[in-house]
Design a protein around this ligand. Structure first.
Ligand code: FPP
Length: 237
């Protein structure tokens, strides 16, 4: 990484390519998810050690329920395992962890693990990790509109004029600033319903490297790219 690299405050990552990575090795897709999950633990520690303040990862979208029952089951078991391990590393790194998305569709034991993870890490001031689970940006915006409407009905909001800041406070991401850099692995150049409101001024970095193979060298390439964009344009807002 360039010595003068300007670090993004908040990175969002679309973790893509687990299945293709595994197939290429003659292995089942579930193996790709397994290695992808381990890589997330590793990269999260590296990103935390670099001093990045906020990291958001897209682990399971509202559309991912359409995958085969077997694949959804594998992913849910990986989330169970990951969330428990995440609690340990959160205590170690004083990392705050929150979930964005609608957890109500997840099994009760996963919801309970999420409650523990969020409660036990709520006061930590190290990196803030947001895990997008059963997340879709359109769903998030609709849920926010419903909450706004309920507050107008109860008289908590006037219903006359709503500022961008007020609306953003109803989104799942209300605890963190907007992402500065979005990384998508594995070649696709789409946003796939990730943080649609929040990416208004983000930089984008797309790489052919699939998520299980995304390492420090790849991360440094993304950070160098961000740094050059930032030096050229300064604050795009
Ligand atoms: C896309 O890869 C990735 C996902 C649907 C889920 C992301 C999940 C992980 C990185 C592992 C588990 C995560 C946690 C938080 C434990 P894909 O399988 O769609 O790849 P493909 O496009 O090659 O098929």
């Amino acid at each position: 990484m360039d010595k003068e690299c300007v670090l993004p405050r908040h990175i969002g990552i679309i973790l893509d390519g687990n299945g293709r990575w595994a197939k290429k090795r003659g292995m089942p897709r579930s193996y790709g998810h397994y290695v992808g999950s381990d890589n997330l633990e590793k990269m999260c520690n590296i990103i935390c050690d670099m001093g990045i303040r906020y990291l958001t990862v897209y682990a399971f979208s509202t559309e991912n329920w359409k995958r085969s029952q077997e694949e959804v089951g594998t992913l849910m078991n990986l989330f169970r395992r990951y969330l428990k391990r995440c609690l340990k590393s959160a205590h170690k790194n004083k990392m705050r962890v929150t979930i964005i998305g609608d957890p109500t569709a997840l099994d009760e034991d996963i919801q309970e693990t999420i409650r523990i993870l969020e409660d036990e890490t709520a006061a930590y001031t190290g990196m803030h990790l947001q895990i997008a689970l059963n997340y879709g940006a359109r769903d998030e915006i609709l849920r926010a509109v419903e909450k706004v409407s309920a507050d107008v009905k109860s008289g908590k909001l006037s219903g006359e004029k709503l500022s961008e800041e007020e609306f953003a406070s109803y989104l799942d991401t209300s605890l963190v600033p907007d992402p500065d850099l979005i990384i998508r692995t594995s070649g696709e150049q789409r946003i796939s319903n990730f943080l649609l409101w929040q990416i208004a001024y983000s930089e984008f970095y797309f790489t052919e490297t699939p998520w299980p193979a995304f390492d420090t060298e790849e991360l440094n390439k993304a950070l160098d790219y961000y740094s050059t964009r930032n030096r050229r344009f300064g604050d795009a807002k």
